[in-house]
Write a protein that binds this ligand. Structure first.
Ligand code: NAD
Length: 358
């Protein structure tokens, strides 16, 4: 059966990098159909909204969404609901994308790009599974109120609500255990159970879900310690699962271990294997339209799509191996160029990956 991919290139370098990922997907022996639609600032310019109903409908009915990036400084003065970023927030909400998967892989060839010592990070391969639709980011009530008692009586206070329902913890735990099953079989659940009720509840549920995955080795770590261990001995981790707030911070920390923003893919999944796949970086308006952006994060996002939404794990490995090969061949886009390597453009990097695949 033909699987439909919604292609949402967005703004800035989005169209250039997405084009290369689509070329790679087309080159595989799979029955895929590609339908494009505008999102972000590009959609605002055309239709007056960053996520027009037609683009949303396309995404909802597709097997997977390939997303470029959205945003440009020229939209900064628009009211919040019309800003380009609302496209990705709206898609997460409307598609129920509760699980964010961000691998942090440092290919040995790029070890020097990291600010850490090569021996600490070379060969790094970890996966952060972040819950994306719950926690303190969405908990109610929230706001500013006047205190009626206590030492600050009569003053205003700002407040938010940290919360997780059992179902929310169970489903993200299942995603993380299943990801660990497909990797080295180690899962570290990160929380702050020594202080937070929500975290203790999270930990209890994760321990319960673990009974269904006896082959996965489960450990727990407080978030402050996890932040330290990620820079001390990052290769000790395989899969990390954590809530929205802690995951937001730790996934950026892990991303920076690799030092190369143009290399990091991501996937956001719902309960029916539908997913949105995008590079972890933004729309890079400073280099847009110059054919110099690194398309590899987007190509690696397409590989994640093959693995998690399209049921094509063999092709996912082929694409990942092709990316590794072009790096081993010394090809680099401008962001990663150093003496002794060969600088290539966005489209030439796409050509090189295709050549290896064929
Ligand atoms: P950015 O990630 O776009 O760029 C940061 C720096 O990294 C820039 O110097 C850029 O040139 C470089 N860079 C990023 N991707 C690259 C690539 N593939 N190849 C080579 N270099 C690359 O972050 P920013 O500058 O803070 O934000 C720019 C715009 O992107 C803003 O409007 C922001 O809101 C938006 N943004 C969107 C997303 C998204 O669509 N999910 C995520 C983050 C930022």
């Amino acid at each position: 059966m033909t699987q439909r991919i919604a292609v949402l290139p967005g703004d800035g370098i989005g169209p250039e990098i997405v084009e290369q990922a689509v070329r790679v997907l087309r080159a595989l022996d799979l029955d895929l159909e590609f339908v494009s639609a505008p999102v972000g600032g590009a959609a605002y310019d055309l239709h007056g909204h960053p996520l027009p109903p037609e683009s949303l409908a396309l995404a909802k009915h597709a097997s997977a969404v390939l997303f470029g990036a959205v945003g440009d400084w020229k939209y900064d003065t628009l009211e919040r609901a019309l800003r380009p970023e609302q496209a990705v927030l709206g898609l997460r909400r409307e598609l129920g994308l509760f699980a964010n998967l961000r691998p942090a892989i440092l290919y040995p060839e790029l070890a020097k790009a990291s600010s850490l010592k090569p021996e600490i990070v070379a060969g790094l391969d970890i996966l952060i599974v972040r819950e994306l639709t719950g926690d303190i980011y969405f908990g109610q009530p929230r706001g500013v109120r006047v205190l009626e008692d206590g030492p600050f009586k009569g003053e205003r206070e700002g407040f938010d609500t940290m919360r997780y329902a059992e179902t929310e913890v169970r489903r993200i735990a299942h995603v993380a255990f299943q990801a660990a099953q497909k990797r080295r079989g180690q899962l570290c659940s990160v929380d702050k159970a020594n202080v937070l009720e929500t975290s203790q509840f999270w930990r209890n549920i994760v321990i319960d879900v673990a009974q269904e995955y006896p082959e996965v080795e489960l450990s727990h770590m407080y978030v402050d310690n996890a932040a330290m261990q990620l820079v001390r001995e990052p290769k000790a981790f395989d899969v990390i699962v954590t809530g929205n707030l802690f995951g937001d911070i730790l996934s950026d920390e892990a991303a920076m271990l690799t030092g190369s923003i143009g290399m990091l893919p991501s996937a956001s999944l719902n309960g029916s294997n539908q997913g949105l796949y995008e590079p972890s970086h933004g729309s890079a308006p400073d280099i847009a339209g110059k054919n110099i952006a690194n398309p590899l994060a987007t190509i690696l996002s397409a590989a994640m799509m093959l693995r998690y939404s399209l049921g094509a794990p063999v092709q996912a490995l082929q694409v990942e191996a092709a990316v590794q090969q072009v790096l081993a061949d010394g090809l680099r886009t401008a962001d990663l160029y150093e003496a002794g390597t060969t600088q290539v453009s966005t489209s030439e990097m796409g050509d090189a990956v295709l050549k290896v695949l064929k």
